[in-house]
Design a protein around this ligand. Structure first.
Ligand code: ZN
Ligand code: ZN
Length: 185
């Protein structure tokens, strides 16, 4: 299997953010990134009552479109995501699967009526992407609040954690990565 991660914008996503995600994955995980032709706004997943998008439906769509020769496939969207049992999610991933999705919506300081802060936004994006990517490598939630695999239920959780795996999760990541690279495409 190649060391390539494919990033797929879903709907309109700032180019600078996509490039930042690519740089972070290369830097933190020593993997290469490429971009997938964008997908349209996921109207099929829109819930009119909640005014949000069903993240599981989008994940299922990503799975159908996933290129065969990619190690992982990450969808990035600006729309607000949910799963039925929660008010919202920052992202969703298949545990030990190929696909994940990240929402930028609640990462913008403006969402919390704060002033725009591009550095803060990019840090949040990095942590959210690493977290979902970690799930696709089979890593579950970590109890260490500083670890990127700690479950963020509020943006404060994301701001508190580091953009890195704790020593235990880091070992797991390496182990799962090696295992994935040995598999046939
Ligand atoms: Zn998680
Ligand atoms: Zn950890």
């Amino acid at each position: 299997m190649s060391r390539c991660i494919t990033i797929c914008p879903i709907g309109s996503v700032e180019k600078g953010i996509l490039e930042h995600i690519s740089e972070c994955i290369s830097f933190r995980c020593n993997l290469t990134c490429r971009f997938f032709t964008g997908m349209d706004n996921p109207k099929y997943a829109y819930n009119e009552i909640r005014c949000q998008y069903d993240s599981k439906l989008i994940l299922r769509h990503l799975l159908r479109e996933c290129p065969h020769d990619t190690l992982k496939f990450i969808g990035v969207t600006s729309v607000d995501l949910y799963v039925p049992i929660l008010q919202f999610v920052f992202g969703l991933a298949q545990i030990e699967g190929k696909c994940s999705i990240v929402s930028l919506r609640r990462l913008y300081p403006q969402f919390y009526n704060q002033l725009p802060d591009p550095d803060l936004l990019l840090k949040r994006v990095e942590k959210t992407v690493l977290h979902e990517l970690g799930h696709t490598f089979g890593i579950i939630h970590c109890r260490d609040r500083r670890c990127v695999m700690y479950s963020s239920t509020r943006i404060e959780d994301t701001d508190f954690k580091q953009p890195a795996f704790c020593p235990t999760c880091s070992e797991l990541f390496k182990w799962h990565l090696d295992k994935s690279l040995q598999q046939d495409p």
